[in-house]
Design a protein around this ligand. Structure first.
Ligand code: BGC
Length: 571
């Protein structure tokens, strides 16, 4: 396979706000390419596919944990923060990956599960065996399991308490997630120092930042619910300040599955910044809700709520990731509706969410896949793709927990989908062989050979997005419409004289969630008389009226991205 080299955008290399116009791609090392033939993906395998990712238009990789780990929670159970799991490779191979990523003017973000460790971490071993030793206070120990009564259980399918009894120390320890993942004790300054040390270790190796896993849960209190407690924010502020001082240009991304105002709090303020970006958990489930309800109202409401963030901060917009499609932040009524539409088989559910991949969720509907990707690439913030979704990969709901959507990447119709040369029985998870999503036809090679494939479509949209700085850097103004199924907004970028590659521009984005063709009138007073041109094909549409109204027809579940130009002067 050969790929044409993309044009490198001038200014991106040194731009400290590079993350605002970047396209991110979550890639699980274990699932991408097995270069050694042992049945699991590795660092060298990932490095061998950087040409593909660059061709696709990816600017930055987000790599879930690759630390030493017993892998009882996909690597989020770390047993040594400074060592790499041998099956993934060596520190040298990681350095080589970072170099190769940077040579392509791409970036690499790693995951940092800093709320908890594995119970096999040496810190925990020492904590349980030597309560008076240096690690005695590294975890949250208690003589009762009744502390922190307002803290909810997250893995509701697997745990019935946030406390577990340790027979060695003969005390209970607190765990927000699985009982094999004891929470670190952030009341202890030595824990801060240890985590800062880990952060410095990897930043010094050249990584471009971290996804801060489970960041709301660092501190607990008797009164609060243990989510975004004030000292948690103090810790993030201190971390940010260290990173800005010692490693400018590196980023912190918050994984905070919270309500809109709480998520925004993890970005801090202009005076006291916290993370550079935060995953847009409030928006994500509402995209899926709009698709089936044919109502854009909820999405419009949440988009209007979440826009007030500090200068330079950004949203990390996503559709799917390695976890379940969480329904924690929707009302009970909406949750039940979503289960009915998207998880009609109980096997499709886990905890408070849905453990399916994007294409199966959307019943492999091409128009829905295009609609949601068009949203992903035009909403305010930076888009995060999940590996395999660019080819519409399927899932395997017969696998346990979230493994359903962590199966090997499908590269070719050959053995093991081209992922590995191992005996098929040796793979860390089987490749998808279902009727609709079988790797014999859903694979990169086949989609490269079809010019109208989803892969080519996604790549094209990514490149169109990149040609318009308004998508990465512009503000978003949601417009009123007279149709409940329509979301319309304008992305506006003022442009910068010093950056001729970033001209001022306004782009009108219109999405119809209706299951039939519709006609809609949109109010865009601010843009009265402006011309409208389709950004994909260059076709001129009727201009915005002198009254600021625009009437459009849209086909079933479709969208427009229309450039708002200046009318030529009348004589
Ligand atoms: C990760 C999950 C993981 C959990 C506990 C999360 O937020 O995304 O995959 O299971 O942290 O470590």
């Amino acid at each position: 396979m050969s790929f044409t080299a993309p044009i490198q955008l001038p200014g991106l290399v040194l731009n400290p706000q590079w993350y605002r116009s970047a396209v991110f791609y979550e890639v699980m090392i274990r699932a991408f390419v097995d270069s050694k033939g042992d049945g699991a993906g590795d660092l060298t395998g990932l490095a061998s596919k950087l040409d593909y990712l660059q061709w696709l238009g990816v600017d930055a990789l987000w790599v879930p944990p690759f630390f030493t780990s017993p892998l009882k929670d996909g690597g989020y159970d770390v047993s040594d923060y400074k060592a790499i799991l041998p099956e993934f490779g060596t520190v040298e191979e990681f350095r080589d990956l970072v170099t190769k990523v940077h040579e392509r003017n791409m970036r690499i973000i790693m995951d940092l599960p800093l709320n908890h460790t594995s119970d096999q971490h040496d810190w925990f071993e020492q904590s349980r065996t030597d309560p008076d030793g240096p690690y005695g206070d590294f975890y949250v120990w208690s003589d009762t399991d009744e502390k922190f009564p307002n803290v909810r259980i997250i893995f509701t399918d697997y745990e019935d308490s946030n406390w577990a009894f340790d027979p060695v120390r003969r005390q209970f320890y607190f765990h927000r997630f699985f009982s094999h993942q004891p929470d670190l004790n952030y009341e202890n300054p030595a824990v801060h120092a240890a985590i800062f040390d880990v952060v410095r270790f990897w930043l010094a190796m050249g990584v471009d930042g971290f996804r801060l896993d489970a960041i709301p849960y660092l501190y607990e209190s008797e009164e609060g619910n243990g989510e975004g407690e004030p000292p948690t924010h103090d810790f993030i502020r201190a971390l940010r300040s260290m990173v800005d001082d010692e490693f400018p240009g590196r980023v912190l991304i918050a994984e905070a599955n919270q309500w809109p105002r709480e998520v925004a709090a993890f970005l801090g303020t202009d005076e006291e910044p916290e993370c550079h970006m935060a995953f847009d958990f409030p928006v994500m489930p509402r995209i899926f809700y709009s698709l089936r309800s044919q109502h854009a109202g909820e999405l419009i409401q949440v988009l209007s709520e979440t826009t007030d963030i500090p200068t330079g901060a950004g949203w990390a917009v996503f559709l799917r990731n390695h976890d379940e499609l969480t329904l924690e932040m929707v009302s009970e009524e909406y949750r039940q509706a979503m289960y009915g539409w998207y998880a009609y088989d109980p096997r499709m559910r886990v905890n408070v969410g849905i453990r399916r991949r994007l294409a199966p969720l959307l019943d492999n509907s091409r128009s829905e896949l295009e609609l949601v990707h068009a949203l992903l690439f035009s909403l305010e913030g930076s888009p995060f793709l999940y590996y395999g979704d660019e080819i519409g990969m399927g899932d395997n709901i017969w696998l346990p927990d979230r493994d359903s959507s962590r199966t090997p990447m499908q590269w070719t119709p050959d053995r093991n989908a081209g992922f590995s040369s191992a005996d098929p029985g040796q793979l860390y998870l089987p490749v998808v062989q279902s009727l609709v999503y079988h790797y014999s036809h859903v694979n990169v090679e086949a989609q490269l050979a079809q010019s109208r494939s989803l892969l080519h479509w996604v790549r094209n949209v990514i490149h169109v997005r990149k040609a318009h700085p308004a998508f990465g850097l512009g503000s978003m103004h949601v417009l009123e419409t007279d149709h409940e199924s329509v979301l319309a907004f304008v992305r506006s970028h003022e442009g910068a004289v010093s950056h001729p590659s970033e001209p001022a521009e306004d782009i009108l984005c219109v999405f119809s969630f209706a299951h039939n063709p519709i006609s809609v009138t949109i109010s865009a007073e601010q843009w009265a008389d402006r011309t409208l041109t389709d950004v994909f094909g260059g076709e001129r549409f009727p201009s915005v009226g002198a009254d600021g109204l625009i009437t459009l027809t849209l086909g079933t579940q479709s969208f427009y991205w229309l450039h708002l130009g200046h009318p030529t002067r009348r004589h």
